[in-house]
Design a protein around this ligand. Structure first.
Ligand code: PLP
Length: 458
């Protein structure tokens, strides 16, 4: 579109003019436009720092919805993107293939344990989950033994498309859509924290609930999906690797296909490349996205065991998987992904994640005795605790804290009463210390009622 008085190009607009257009034309995700403050206009981003339209800076302590790994606008990733754009930007992926997609797939399966050897590309975390659900469903149908029940865990979140919402029905965001959902049975989730002395009882309860479902739904359960070690959007709820091992072994012994949703936990977040490594189990499928492209471009993968792929082979299309997005295996995204996986090795990123984990543990010890802090927990580069008070997702307390953090240079978005950090791995120790001091000051001010708690919810 050419520059005209009605349609000026964005570069010629002031921040105020841009925001007026945003306010007039944009519907933001997961946003109640009736109550939330205006979004912040980004001008640039580098490493762990976001620069806003007015020149002020924010530390990105949640990695831009948990996507950013090596840092914003990383020179090596920028170069890989530019090089690929100069070669070709996109080609359809049915009937065509290309080196970037092949290279990422072969690196990915080498990083994953067992015979998780087949990569089905899609566009984002939700679609990776949709693909896994469809594969599980069709696998049983292809075997001539149709099954239509899925098992999920309470508090699990798997995305916003209809299948993903169905298996995420335990997270509380989607009750309105229940009539659209497929059949899902929800198990209790044994969420734990530092100093929890009831964890074994909770874990036994979850395993017993799975055993009951296995008896109640013989030959009907198509698959079980869960976020290994950490439920993200459900409130940064941590579970133990030993529980994961028991759960998966129980399900697989009963012939249930196990799907790990590593959309948030994949690529180092939990301290290992994939959370599953800590439990020593191999699911039948794993969904990855977010950090797959270091936070640069939307891309996802559902990686499945050889045996599952084989069950789709035949001489008619009716056995094949009827699924494919226009931008499947986008070469730009694959080129960045490949470079990002190389950086994990070149920069020894997992070692840095270990150091971040150590610092988080020190901080949690420091705040453990505060009267307003409860359920401290940490896994890899993620640390979380709850602030005693309102647990609602969009409570006044949560929004008050978020706004205070933002006005003090910290991009921290509490999930209800849960305050958490999930920084990009390039974050420095000094930046982490700034975040910790900011959290303490925010909590002190909240406790001293210095922060306004004007609840504008309808
Ligand atoms: C575990 C998990 N699964 C799936 C999704 C959905 O991913 P996307 O937002 O890319 O669709 C998310 C998003 O936060 C997630 O955390």
């Amino acid at each position: 579109m050419t520059d005209s008085p009605e349609h000026p190009s964005p570069e010629t607009l002031s921040p105020e003019e841009l925001m007026a257009l945003d306010n007039r034309h944009i519907w933001h995700p997961f946003t109640q436009h009736g109550t939330e403050s205006a979004p912040l206009l980004i001008k640039s981003a580098k490493a762990a720092t976001l620069t806003l339209g007015d020149g002020s800076e924010l530390l990105d302590l949640i990695s831009s919805w948990w996507t950013c790994t090596h840092g914003h606008s990383h020179p090596a990733l920028n170069a890989a993107l530019a090089e690929q754009a100069n070669a070709y930007e996109h080609v359809m992926f049915a009937g065509f293939t290309h080196a970037p997609a092949i290279s990422v797939a072969s690196r990915l399966v080498n990083l994953l344990p067992g015979d998780l050897n087949r990569v089905f590309y899609s566009d984002d975390g939700s679609t990776a989950v949709e693909v896994a659900l469809k594969i599980a469903y069709q696998h049983w149908s292809n075997q001539g033994e149709p099954r239509n029940v899925f098992i999920a865990l309470d508090g699990g979140y798997h995305g916003d498309t209809v299948g993903a919402m169905s298996v995420g029905k335990g997270c509380g965001f989607f009750s309105l859509f229940r009539d659209l959902m497929c059949e899902v049975q929800v198990l209790p989730y044994p969420s734990t924290f530092i100093g929890d002395d009831e964890v074994e009882e909770k874990e036994d309860g979850a395993i017993a609930a799975l055993e009951r479902l296995i008896e109640e739904y013989p030959d009907q359960i198509a698959g079980m999906i869960l976020e290994p070690l950490l439920q993200g959007a459900g409130g940064m709820r941590v579970s133990r690797p030993s529980f994961l091992t028991r759960l998966v072994e129980t399900a697989q012994a009963a012939g249930i296909l196990v799907i790990f949703d590593e959309v948030a936990t994949g690529f180092g977040r939990t301290g290992t490349m994939f959370a599953m490594e800590q439990a020593g189990v191999v699911p039948d499928m794993v969904c990855v996205s977010k950090c797959l492209t270091a936070g640069y471009l939307p891309m996802a993968a559902t990686v499945v065991r050889d045996e599952l792929f084989d069950s789709f082979i035949g001489d008619s299309f009716s056995r094949a998987l009827a699924h494919g997005h226009s931008f499947t295996a986008n070469p730009l995204a694959c080129a960045v992904s490949l470079r990002s996986l190389q950086l994990f090795e070149e920069e020894n990123t997992l070692k840095r994640i270990g150091e971040i984990a150590e610092k988080h543990r020190g901080f949690l010890e420091r705040i453990a005795d505060r009267p307003d802090v409860t359920w401290p927990r940490q896994v890899g580069s993620i640390m979380a605790f709850d602030v005693k008070g309102s647990p609602d997702y969009q409570s006044a307390q949560s929004r008050t804290l978020k706004d205070w953090f933002l006005s003090n240079g910290l991009n921290i978005r509490p999930l209800g009463s849960t305050v958490y950090l999930m920084p990009p791995f390039c974050i420095t120790d000094a930046e982490l210390d700034r975040a910790y001091e900011g959290i303490i000051e925010g909590l002190d001010r909240l406790a001293a009622a210095e922060l306004s708690m004007d609840d504008k919810r309808p």
